[in-house]
Design a protein around this ligand. Structure first.
Ligand SMILES: [Zn+2]
Length: 59
């Protein structure tokens, strides 16, 4: 299956900082862990994977 925005080892997500909202590429290994946005340096928790492995990016 083709996954345009998500690879097998990384996930695309938006920075939760409303003043940033950058599209971040986060390794799937960071799921459920704390990561830091390289743009605004906000530390946030990466959501756990959902049942579908092909979830669309949150807008
Ligand atoms: Zn950010």
């Amino acid at each position: 299956m083709s996954q345009p925005s998500t690879t097998s080892d990384a996930v695309m997500m938006l920075c939760p900082n409303l003043k940033c909202r950058k599209l971040l590429r986060v390794p799937v290994a960071c799921r459920g862990k704390q990561v830091k946005c390289q743009f605004c340096e906000l530390t946030f928790r990466v959501p756990e994977p959902k049942q579908s492995s092909t979830e669309p990016p949150q807008v």
